[in-house]
Design a protein around this ligand. Structure first.
Ligand code: PMP
Length: 295
């Protein structure tokens, strides 16, 4: 079913509107000039995991684009919770998006209203579940993550996703599930919707997020690894080094922890550390369920 004609409601500037009526005008600044920021969150058993961190990042992303979302983080949290309840889902994907409206047309948009909408739908597994277990195949993208002096690369801003869509389409055309992008310096950066990790001799290596999204899942997984006593090294990783890693996995809100078997010519075997972190992540996102059951 297309995404503009579904049942249910969307939270739109403080009110619930029927799903199909949640529209914008064609002269919306956010559409013409990419003045929009968004989040991707997941609810498990009726609870949105790391909701506060995501909604704070939404506000921070808006600030990086020079605008203030006209709601507090508490109000956005409440709106997400109410929308989830209205939609009646237990496990779901939560998509808040904020954008500059249509009061002014042209690059300057100081007087444009900042809108906020929250849509929630069921989005079970980002990658094919059968493929997910044996590890997904990833291509090396031709497009790179930009120099942070050319764009606010820490923002989860729609404009940055042009590079991701180009890379994902090129990868899928060749039969790959996703693409790994290097950064402007040629260092390993991230996938089109997830961060990347490598394992060698029992140690986890992951690129320092200095010009790409520092994922909330990434930070969670680093915490889970450290809690297991596994060493995590954040550093610059060059593509030539991919030869020497035994395991590889990617992680993100939608992707969760997904093992990788191939990146272009490099091969990996999903192993003990990847499996442990997949299980620990599943347990973490559902921890509140066990806590309630234990009462
Ligand atoms: N990088 C990109 C480009 C993404 O779109 C995402 C998904 N939001 C991530 C990394 C992972 O971020 P998070 O763990 O916060 O979902």
């Amino acid at each position: 079913q297309p995404f503009d004609s579904r049942d249910g409601v969307i939270w739109y500037d403080g009110k619930f509107v029927p799903w199909a009526d949640a529209n914008v005008h064609v002269l919306t600044h956010g559409l013409h000039y990419a003045s929009a920021v968004f989040e991707g969150e997941r609810a498990y058993a009726g609870q949105i995991f790391k909701m506060r961190e995501h909604n704070q990042r939404l506000i921070d992303s808006g600030k990086l684009l020079g605008f203030d979302i006209p709601y507090t983080v508490e109000e956005i949290d409440r709106a997400c919770v109410e929308t989830l309840a209205k939609q009646g889902f237990e496990d779901a994907y939560v998509r808040p998006i904020a954008w500059r409206g249509s009061e002014m047309m042209g690059v300057a948009a100081q007087n444009n209203k900042i809108h906020l909408a929250i849509a929630i739908w069921q989005w079970p597994s980002y990658f094919d579940p059968a493929e997910r277990l044996k590890g997904i195949r990833i291509d090396l993208a031709e497009w790179r993550r930009p120099d942070p002096r050319t764009i606010p690369s820490k923002a989860k801003a729609t404009g940055l996703y042009m590079i991701c869509t180009l890379s994902k389409h090129a990868a899928e055309r060749k039969g790959y599930a996703d693409a790994l992008m290097l950064d402007w310096r040629g260092q390993v950066a991230e996938c089109t919707g997830a961060n990347v990790f490598f394992v060698k001799d029992g140690v986890i290596h992951t690129p320092t997020p200095d010009c790409f999204l520092d994922g909330i899942t990434r930070r969670t997984v680093i915490g889970l690894a450290k809690a297991r006593g596994i060493e995590v090294v954040e550093r610059a990783i060059l593509p030539e080094e991919l030869d020497g890693f035994e395991e590889c996995f990617i992680c993100g809100t939608a992707a969760e922890v997904t093992p990788v078997s191939e990146i272009a010519e490099w091969r990996f075997t999903p192993g003990a550390i990847t499996k442990t972190l997949m299980e620990d992540y599943d347990a973490a996102v559902r921890a509140h369920v066990k806590a309630v059951a234990a009462e």
